[in-house]
Design a binder for this molecule. Structure first.
Ligand SMILES: Nc1ncnc2c1ncn2[C@@H]1O[C@H](COP(=O)(O)OP(=O)(O)OP(=O)(O)O)[C@@H](O)[C@H]1O
Length: 248
């Protein structure tokens, strides 16, 4: 479903992202991880068409470059939960959801379902700029899910959420990956190794691992990349990672 070759993103003389080849199938929930500045958001911006890519690169989503889709097709193709969002003016939650709905072919029932799913009913008349960070994150998630996109991308969607809403959102995203493709950038490695079956690991702009969580968990690459020593604690549902700065 996603086919990337020769992707190089530079800013000034710094190469911020270089991916020689990466193919991702059309279903699954994939965690995108890496230290600060490793290129995760740059990859997400490349996938969502926000970042201009080099002319030699091939970046295809369902065999077509993002630029070759029209606006309506893009809305059905892609749902995006950004790290930060500022609406053009200070709209209400209801207006924002209606705007997102108008870009899809979904019925208004889908909007009601999204409101229930993300506990937005009480917030519908509230304006964006008075919402808390976590409330804003739930609105963005609802907007992205409503179109039932083939590809759902989330950039640190749980960062502002309390523990319950964070788990709910991660579970929605992972469940979404059973039918469609969801790529989620996150720093909470415990959640990664508990919920996700596949991982993309970036370091200093390079793709250094793409594969199963099972293959990465005991790989020293994980410790080297993050510059810490992880104690891996096996749980029924996955692994808890306990990081230390020095080798115990
Ligand atoms: N417009 C830009 N101009 C210059 N440098 C940029 C620009 N955008 C990104 N970078 C640099 O590219 C590198 C990768 O940035 P990116 O935001 O993709 O990292 P990240 O992995 O998402 O980091 P974080 O975990 O901190 O969010 C960083 O060193 C960043 O400073």
């Amino acid at each position: 479903m996603i086919d990337i070759t020769n992707l190089i993103i530079t800013h000034g003389n710094k190469t911020c992202l270089q991916i020689d080849a990466l193919q991702i199938p059309q279903k699954g929930a994939i965690a995108l991880i890496g230290p600060n500045g490793s290129g995760k958001t740059t990859l997400i911006k490349s996938l969502t068409g926000i970042q201009k890519i080099n002319t030699q690169a091939k970046l295809l989503i369902n065999q077509k470059a993002f630029a070759d889709y029209n606006n309506k097709q893009r809305a059905q193709l892609l749902g995006y939960i950004p790290q930060r969002f500022n609406p053009c003016w200070n709209q209400t939650v209801e207006e924002l959801l209606a705007l997102a709905l108008s870009r899809t072919i979904a019925s208004s029932e889908v909007m009601i379902k999204a409101c229930q799913q993300f506990e937005l009913m009480e917030l519908l008349k509230r304006h964006w700029n008075i919402l808390s960070g976590g409330e804003q994150a739930r609105v963005l998630a609802a907007m992205a899910f409503m179109g039932d996109p083939a590809l759902l991308i989330a950039d640190e969607p749980g960062a502002a959420l309390d523990v319950k809403h964070r788990l709910q959102l991660i579970e929605h995203l992972v469940a979404y990956g059973k039918q469609q493709l969801a790529i989620i950038c996150l720093h909470e490695l415990d959640l990664v190794f508990r919920y996700f079956e596949k991982i993309i690991l970036l370091d200093q702009g390079k793709l250094i691992f793409y594969g199963s969580t099972h293959d990465l968990i005991n790989n020293p690459l994980l410790d080297q990349t993050f510059g810490v020593f992880f104690k891996r604690i096996k749980q029924d549902e996955g692994y808890l990672l306990y990081p230390k700065l020095s080798n115990p």
